[in-house]
Design a protein around this ligand. Sequence first.
Ligand SMILES: *Cc1c(COP(=O)(O)O)cnc(C)c1O
Length: 375
Amino acid sequence: MQEIRMVDLKTQYQRLKSELDVAIAQVLESTQFIKGPEVKRFEENLARYMGAKQVIACANGTDALQIAMMALGYEPGDEVITADFTYIATAEVIALLRLKPVLVDVNPETFTIDPSAIEKAITPKTRAIVPVHLFGQSADMEGVMKVAKKHNLDVIEDNAQAIGADYTFSDGRKQKAGTIGTIGTTSFFPSKNLGCFGDGGALFTNDDALAAKIRMIANHGQSTQYIHDEIGVNSRLDTLQAAILDIKLKYLNDFAARRVKVADYYDKAFGGLKNAQIPVRAPYSNHVFHQYTLKIKNINRDEVRRKLADKGIPSMIYYPLPMHVQKAYKDERYKEGAFPVSEELCKSVLSLPIHTEFNEEELKYIAETFINIVK
Ligand SMILES: *Cc1c(COP(=O)(O)O)cnc(C)c1O
Protein backbone atom coordinates (compact mmCIF):
# COMPACT_ATOMS: atom_id res chain seq x y z
CA MET A 1 0.00 0.00 0.00
CA GLN A 2 1.34 3.46 -0.85
CA GLU A 3 1.74 6.24 1.69
CA ILE A 4 -1.58 7.67 2.86
CA ARG A 5 -1.89 11.41 2.34
CA MET A 6 -4.53 13.95 3.42
CA VAL A 7 -4.75 14.96 -0.24
CA ASP A 8 -3.24 13.01 -3.14
CA LEU A 9 -2.48 15.52 -5.88
CA LYS A 10 0.23 13.33 -7.36
CA THR A 11 -1.94 10.36 -8.32
CA GLN A 12 -4.62 12.70 -9.64
CA TYR A 13 -2.03 14.45 -11.83
CA GLN A 14 -0.74 11.14 -13.14
CA ARG A 15 -4.30 10.07 -14.01
CA LEU A 16 -4.99 13.28 -15.99
CA LYS A 17 -1.39 13.87 -17.12
CA SER A 18 -1.83 13.36 -20.86
CA GLU A 19 -4.54 16.03 -21.12
CA LEU A 20 -2.94 18.45 -18.66
CA ASP A 21 0.50 18.29 -20.23
CA VAL A 22 -0.91 19.17 -23.67
CA ALA A 23 -2.77 22.17 -22.24
CA ILE A 24 0.35 23.35 -20.38
CA ALA A 25 2.58 22.91 -23.44
CA GLN A 26 0.17 25.00 -25.54
CA VAL A 27 0.45 27.93 -23.12
CA LEU A 28 4.25 27.60 -23.06
CA GLU A 29 4.32 27.67 -26.87
CA SER A 30 2.03 30.70 -27.03
CA THR A 31 4.03 32.58 -24.34
CA GLN A 32 0.84 34.52 -23.51
CA PHE A 33 1.40 33.96 -19.81
CA ILE A 34 -0.83 36.86 -18.74
CA LYS A 35 -4.37 37.31 -20.10
CA GLY A 36 -4.06 34.53 -22.66
CA PRO A 37 -7.26 33.30 -24.35
CA GLU A 38 -7.42 30.36 -21.89
CA VAL A 39 -8.41 32.74 -19.08
CA LYS A 40 -11.53 33.97 -20.85
CA ARG A 41 -12.41 30.46 -22.00
CA PHE A 42 -12.15 29.13 -18.47
CA GLU A 43 -14.26 32.02 -17.10
CA GLU A 44 -16.97 31.24 -19.65
CA ASN A 45 -16.92 27.51 -18.98
CA LEU A 46 -17.00 28.03 -15.22
CA ALA A 47 -19.90 30.51 -15.59
CA ARG A 48 -21.83 27.88 -17.54
CA TYR A 49 -21.03 25.20 -14.95
CA MET A 50 -22.05 27.43 -12.03
CA GLY A 51 -25.12 28.88 -13.71
CA ALA A 52 -23.70 32.34 -12.95
CA LYS A 53 -23.98 35.22 -15.40
CA GLN A 54 -20.43 36.41 -14.77
CA VAL A 55 -17.20 34.85 -13.57
CA ILE A 56 -14.13 37.00 -12.94
CA ALA A 57 -10.90 35.09 -12.35
CA CYS A 58 -8.29 36.50 -9.96
CA ALA A 59 -5.06 35.55 -8.20
CA ASN A 60 -6.40 33.65 -5.16
CA GLY A 61 -9.43 33.15 -2.95
CA THR A 62 -8.37 35.74 -0.39
CA ASP A 63 -8.09 38.38 -3.12
CA ALA A 64 -11.53 37.35 -4.37
CA LEU A 65 -13.01 38.20 -0.97
CA GLN A 66 -11.12 41.49 -0.81
CA ILE A 67 -12.11 42.52 -4.33
CA ALA A 68 -15.75 41.68 -3.55
CA MET A 69 -15.73 44.01 -0.54
CA MET A 70 -13.91 46.75 -2.50
CA ALA A 71 -16.43 46.50 -5.36
CA LEU A 72 -19.36 46.86 -2.99
CA GLY A 73 -17.94 50.16 -1.81
CA TYR A 74 -17.86 49.81 1.94
CA GLU A 75 -16.46 52.61 4.11
CA PRO A 76 -14.05 52.18 7.02
CA GLY A 77 -16.02 51.25 10.12
CA ASP A 78 -18.81 49.50 8.19
CA GLU A 79 -19.63 46.18 9.78
CA VAL A 80 -19.40 42.82 8.04
CA ILE A 81 -20.83 39.75 9.74
CA THR A 82 -19.12 36.38 9.37
CA ALA A 83 -18.75 33.06 11.15
CA ASP A 84 -16.41 32.68 14.14
CA PHE A 85 -15.52 29.16 12.95
CA THR A 86 -13.76 29.58 9.58
CA TYR A 87 -10.45 29.92 7.79
CA ILE A 88 -8.62 33.16 8.61
CA ALA A 89 -8.97 34.73 5.11
CA THR A 90 -12.60 35.62 5.66
CA ALA A 91 -11.98 37.87 8.66
CA GLU A 92 -8.57 38.99 7.41
CA VAL A 93 -9.81 40.93 4.39
CA ILE A 94 -12.56 42.59 6.43
CA ALA A 95 -9.94 43.87 8.87
CA LEU A 96 -7.46 44.84 6.10
CA LEU A 97 -10.06 47.10 4.48
CA ARG A 98 -10.59 48.78 7.87
CA LEU A 99 -14.07 47.35 8.08
CA LYS A 100 -15.23 45.84 11.33
CA PRO A 101 -15.52 42.06 11.50
CA VAL A 102 -18.61 41.09 13.50
CA LEU A 103 -18.45 37.44 14.46
CA VAL A 104 -21.37 35.10 15.07
CA ASP A 105 -21.65 31.49 16.14
CA VAL A 106 -22.27 28.50 13.89
CA ASN A 107 -24.72 25.61 13.81
CA PRO A 108 -23.33 22.68 15.86
CA GLU A 109 -24.41 20.09 13.26
CA THR A 110 -23.44 21.72 9.95
CA PHE A 111 -20.62 23.99 11.27
CA THR A 112 -21.93 26.86 9.10
CA ILE A 113 -23.21 30.32 10.11
CA ASP A 114 -26.38 30.38 12.21
CA PRO A 115 -28.95 32.75 10.59
CA SER A 116 -30.69 33.44 13.91
CA ALA A 117 -27.36 34.58 15.39
CA ILE A 118 -26.84 36.91 12.40
CA GLU A 119 -30.07 38.73 13.09
CA LYS A 120 -28.95 39.54 16.65
CA ALA A 121 -25.60 40.96 15.46
CA ILE A 122 -27.07 43.51 13.04
CA THR A 123 -26.59 47.21 13.81
CA PRO A 124 -27.22 50.36 11.71
CA LYS A 125 -23.60 50.01 10.46
CA THR A 126 -23.98 46.46 9.13
CA ARG A 127 -23.42 46.24 5.39
CA ALA A 128 -22.87 42.60 4.55
CA ILE A 129 -23.04 38.98 5.64
CA VAL A 130 -20.28 36.56 4.61
CA PRO A 131 -21.48 32.97 4.98
CA VAL A 132 -18.73 30.35 4.53
CA HIS A 133 -19.73 27.09 2.86
CA LEU A 134 -17.48 25.11 5.16
CA PHE A 135 -15.98 21.67 4.46
CA GLY A 136 -18.03 21.13 1.29
CA GLN A 137 -21.63 21.98 1.98
CA SER A 138 -23.58 25.19 1.60
CA ALA A 139 -24.56 27.28 4.59
CA ASP A 140 -28.30 27.74 5.20
CA MET A 141 -28.65 30.25 2.35
CA GLU A 142 -32.42 30.55 2.53
CA GLY A 143 -32.03 31.62 6.15
CA VAL A 144 -29.13 33.96 5.34
CA MET A 145 -30.93 35.57 2.37
CA LYS A 146 -34.07 36.14 4.42
CA VAL A 147 -32.14 38.12 7.04
CA ALA A 148 -30.19 39.97 4.31
CA LYS A 149 -33.34 41.02 2.44
CA LYS A 150 -35.08 42.14 5.62
CA HIS A 151 -32.16 44.39 6.57
CA ASN A 152 -31.05 45.32 3.03
CA LEU A 153 -27.59 43.74 3.35
CA ASP A 154 -25.22 42.33 0.72
CA VAL A 155 -24.30 38.67 0.88
CA ILE A 156 -20.79 37.54 -0.10
CA GLU A 157 -20.60 33.74 -0.19
CA ASP A 158 -17.15 32.36 0.61
CA ASN A 159 -17.35 29.24 -1.53
CA ALA A 160 -13.67 28.26 -1.43
CA GLN A 161 -14.59 24.85 0.02
CA ALA A 162 -17.87 23.88 -1.65
CA ILE A 163 -17.51 24.55 -5.37
CA GLY A 164 -20.03 22.38 -7.20
CA ALA A 165 -22.39 21.93 -4.24
CA ASP A 166 -26.07 22.52 -4.99
CA TYR A 167 -28.34 24.40 -2.62
CA THR A 168 -32.00 23.31 -2.63
CA PHE A 169 -34.57 25.96 -1.67
CA SER A 170 -37.74 24.96 0.18
CA ASP A 171 -39.72 25.24 -3.08
CA GLY A 172 -37.43 22.61 -4.63
CA ARG A 173 -35.45 25.05 -6.78
CA LYS A 174 -31.72 24.28 -6.96
CA GLN A 175 -28.86 26.73 -7.36
CA LYS A 176 -25.09 26.30 -7.10
CA ALA A 177 -23.61 27.45 -3.79
CA GLY A 178 -21.75 30.68 -4.56
CA THR A 179 -24.35 32.05 -6.99
CA ILE A 180 -27.14 32.89 -4.55
CA GLY A 181 -25.85 36.03 -2.82
CA THR A 182 -24.67 39.35 -4.24
CA ILE A 183 -21.19 37.95 -4.99
CA GLY A 184 -19.67 34.50 -4.52
CA THR A 185 -15.95 33.85 -4.22
CA THR A 186 -13.79 30.76 -4.56
CA SER A 187 -10.19 29.56 -4.39
CA PHE A 188 -8.26 27.26 -6.72
CA PHE A 189 -5.53 26.52 -4.16
CA PRO A 190 -4.11 23.09 -5.14
CA SER A 191 -5.87 21.13 -2.39
CA LYS A 192 -9.31 22.68 -2.99
CA ASN A 193 -11.93 20.57 -4.81
CA LEU A 194 -11.09 22.43 -8.05
CA GLY A 195 -7.39 23.13 -7.57
CA CYS A 196 -4.77 24.47 -9.95
CA PHE A 197 -0.97 24.05 -9.82
CA GLY A 198 -0.33 27.21 -7.82
CA ASP A 199 -2.66 29.98 -6.67
CA GLY A 200 -5.92 31.05 -8.24
CA GLY A 201 -9.36 32.37 -7.39
CA ALA A 202 -12.58 33.70 -8.86
CA LEU A 203 -15.70 35.77 -8.18
CA PHE A 204 -19.25 34.97 -9.32
CA THR A 205 -22.12 37.40 -9.78
CA ASN A 206 -25.34 37.73 -11.76
CA ASP A 207 -25.09 41.55 -11.78
CA ASP A 208 -23.42 42.80 -15.00
CA ALA A 209 -22.62 46.28 -13.67
CA LEU A 210 -21.08 44.83 -10.52
CA ALA A 211 -19.08 42.36 -12.65
CA ALA A 212 -17.65 45.25 -14.66
CA LYS A 213 -16.62 46.99 -11.46
CA ILE A 214 -15.04 43.80 -10.08
CA ARG A 215 -13.08 43.34 -13.32
CA MET A 216 -11.85 46.92 -13.12
CA ILE A 217 -10.79 46.67 -9.47
CA ALA A 218 -8.94 43.38 -10.09
CA ASN A 219 -7.02 45.19 -12.84
CA HIS A 220 -5.61 48.26 -11.02
CA GLY A 221 -8.97 50.04 -11.13
CA GLN A 222 -8.36 50.60 -14.81
CA SER A 223 -11.27 51.35 -17.18
CA THR A 224 -9.11 51.66 -20.32
CA GLN A 225 -5.36 51.27 -20.45
CA TYR A 226 -3.59 53.76 -18.16
CA ILE A 227 -6.91 55.38 -17.15
CA HIS A 228 -7.69 54.58 -13.51
CA ASP A 229 -11.18 55.28 -12.17
CA GLU A 230 -10.87 53.43 -8.86
CA ILE A 231 -8.13 52.33 -6.51
CA GLY A 232 -7.65 48.72 -7.47
CA VAL A 233 -5.33 45.79 -6.98
CA ASN A 234 -3.26 43.58 -9.27
CA SER A 235 -4.97 40.21 -9.08
CA ARG A 236 -4.89 37.95 -12.13
CA LEU A 237 -5.25 34.26 -12.81
CA ASP A 238 -2.19 33.11 -14.80
CA THR A 239 -2.93 31.70 -18.26
CA LEU A 240 -1.20 28.45 -17.27
CA GLN A 241 -3.48 28.02 -14.28
CA ALA A 242 -6.56 28.80 -16.38
CA ALA A 243 -5.54 26.15 -18.92
CA ILE A 244 -5.09 23.58 -16.13
CA LEU A 245 -8.38 24.54 -14.48
CA ASP A 246 -10.29 24.32 -17.74
CA ILE A 247 -9.25 20.66 -18.04
CA LYS A 248 -9.97 19.91 -14.38
CA LEU A 249 -13.39 21.61 -14.52
CA LYS A 250 -14.59 18.83 -16.83
CA TYR A 251 -13.85 16.39 -14.00
CA LEU A 252 -15.25 18.44 -11.13
CA ASN A 253 -18.47 16.40 -10.81
CA ASP A 254 -16.42 13.21 -11.00
CA PHE A 255 -14.05 14.56 -8.30
CA ALA A 256 -17.06 15.25 -6.07
CA ALA A 257 -18.49 11.77 -6.69
CA ARG A 258 -15.15 10.21 -5.74
CA ARG A 259 -15.02 12.25 -2.51
CA VAL A 260 -18.61 11.32 -1.65
CA LYS A 261 -17.71 7.65 -2.14
CA VAL A 262 -14.96 8.00 0.47
CA ALA A 263 -17.35 9.82 2.83
CA ASP A 264 -20.01 7.13 2.35
CA TYR A 265 -17.44 4.46 3.19
CA TYR A 266 -16.36 6.29 6.36
CA ASP A 267 -19.98 7.04 7.37
CA LYS A 268 -20.88 3.39 7.11
CA ALA A 269 -17.82 2.30 9.09
CA PHE A 270 -18.04 4.98 11.81
CA GLY A 271 -21.82 5.43 12.10
CA GLY A 272 -22.16 3.39 15.28
CA LEU A 273 -19.11 4.65 17.21
CA LYS A 274 -19.88 6.21 20.58
CA ASN A 275 -16.69 8.32 20.72
CA ALA A 276 -16.90 9.85 17.25
CA GLN A 277 -19.74 11.58 15.43
CA ILE A 278 -19.85 11.41 11.65
CA PRO A 279 -20.48 14.62 9.63
CA VAL A 280 -24.11 15.75 9.44
CA ARG A 281 -25.38 16.25 5.89
CA ALA A 282 -27.68 19.26 5.72
CA PRO A 283 -31.10 18.64 4.10
CA TYR A 284 -30.74 21.74 1.89
CA SER A 285 -27.31 21.10 0.37
CA ASN A 286 -25.49 18.16 -1.09
CA HIS A 287 -22.02 17.67 0.34
CA VAL A 288 -18.92 17.72 -1.89
CA PHE A 289 -16.67 16.77 1.06
CA HIS A 290 -13.78 19.16 0.82
CA GLN A 291 -13.09 17.75 4.28
CA TYR A 292 -14.40 14.72 6.13
CA THR A 293 -14.67 16.09 9.64
CA LEU A 294 -15.70 14.05 12.66
CA LYS A 295 -16.39 15.24 16.18
CA ILE A 296 -14.39 13.29 18.77
CA LYS A 297 -16.26 12.83 22.03
CA ASN A 298 -15.29 11.47 25.48
CA ILE A 299 -11.69 10.62 24.53
CA ASN A 300 -8.52 12.66 23.98
CA ARG A 301 -8.37 13.97 20.41
CA ASP A 302 -4.62 14.55 20.35
CA GLU A 303 -4.05 10.98 21.45
CA VAL A 304 -6.26 9.77 18.61
CA ARG A 305 -4.18 11.82 16.19
CA ARG A 306 -0.93 10.46 17.60
CA LYS A 307 -2.11 6.86 17.37
CA LEU A 308 -3.30 7.40 13.79
CA ALA A 309 0.06 8.94 12.87
CA ASP A 310 1.85 5.92 14.39
CA LYS A 311 -0.10 3.76 11.91
CA GLY A 312 0.79 6.02 8.98
CA ILE A 313 -2.55 7.87 8.83
CA PRO A 314 -2.36 11.68 8.77
CA SER A 315 -5.18 13.77 10.20
CA MET A 316 -5.77 17.49 10.61
CA ILE A 317 -7.60 19.90 12.87
CA TYR A 318 -9.60 22.43 10.89
CA TYR A 319 -9.62 24.71 12.87
CA PRO A 320 -7.80 24.65 16.22
CA LEU A 321 -8.75 28.20 17.30
CA PRO A 322 -11.94 30.19 16.86
CA MET A 323 -11.50 33.58 15.21
CA HIS A 324 -12.26 35.60 18.36
CA VAL A 325 -9.42 33.89 20.25
CA GLN A 326 -6.78 34.56 17.57
CA LYS A 327 -4.25 37.09 18.82
CA ALA A 328 -4.56 39.33 15.75
CA TYR A 329 -8.35 39.49 16.05
CA LYS A 330 -8.65 39.85 19.83
CA ASP A 331 -11.47 42.25 20.59
CA GLU A 332 -12.89 43.27 23.93
CA ARG A 333 -16.38 42.68 22.54
CA TYR A 334 -15.69 38.96 22.56
CA LYS A 335 -14.76 37.15 25.76
CA GLU A 336 -13.93 33.48 25.97
CA GLY A 337 -17.25 31.69 25.97
CA ALA A 338 -18.83 34.22 23.59
CA PHE A 339 -19.33 31.58 20.88
CA PRO A 340 -19.82 28.27 22.67
CA VAL A 341 -20.48 26.16 19.56
CA SER A 342 -17.42 27.42 17.71
CA GLU A 343 -15.23 26.96 20.80
CA GLU A 344 -16.53 23.42 21.33
CA LEU A 345 -15.91 22.53 17.66
CA CYS A 346 -12.32 23.75 17.85
CA LYS A 347 -11.79 21.33 20.72
CA SER A 348 -13.50 18.31 19.13
CA VAL A 349 -13.18 18.30 15.32
CA LEU A 350 -10.86 15.92 13.49
CA SER A 351 -10.50 15.69 9.71
CA LEU A 352 -9.47 12.39 8.11
CA PRO A 353 -7.79 12.01 4.71
CA ILE A 354 -10.20 12.51 1.81
CA HIS A 355 -9.38 12.96 -1.88
CA THR A 356 -10.18 11.68 -5.34
CA GLU A 357 -7.69 8.82 -5.56
CA PHE A 358 -8.42 6.32 -2.77
CA ASN A 359 -8.79 2.60 -3.40
CA GLU A 360 -10.79 0.13 -1.32
CA GLU A 361 -7.70 -1.35 0.39
CA GLU A 362 -6.59 2.05 1.70
CA LEU A 363 -10.06 2.97 2.92
CA LYS A 364 -10.41 -0.36 4.68
CA TYR A 365 -7.08 0.18 6.42
CA ILE A 366 -7.98 3.71 7.54
CA ALA A 367 -11.44 2.69 8.72
CA GLU A 368 -10.26 -0.37 10.67
CA THR A 369 -7.38 1.52 12.25
CA PHE A 370 -9.59 4.46 13.25
CA ILE A 371 -12.24 2.18 14.76
CA ASN A 372 -9.61 0.32 16.79
CA ILE A 373 -8.27 3.60 18.17
CA VAL A 374 -11.50 5.33 19.12
CA LYS A 375 -13.74 2.43 20.13
C1 LIG B 1 -8.81 28.46 1.00
C2 LIG B 1 -9.79 29.40 1.57
C3 LIG B 1 -9.74 30.78 1.32
C4 LIG B 1 -8.55 31.46 0.67
O1 LIG B 1 -8.14 30.99 -0.51
P1 LIG B 1 -6.63 31.27 -1.03
O2 LIG B 1 -6.75 30.94 -2.47
O3 LIG B 1 -5.74 30.38 -0.27
O4 LIG B 1 -6.35 32.72 -0.81
C5 LIG B 1 -10.75 31.58 1.80
N1 LIG B 1 -11.77 31.07 2.52
C6 LIG B 1 -11.86 29.76 2.80
C7 LIG B 1 -13.01 29.27 3.59
C8 LIG B 1 -10.87 28.88 2.35
O5 LIG B 1 -10.96 27.58 2.66
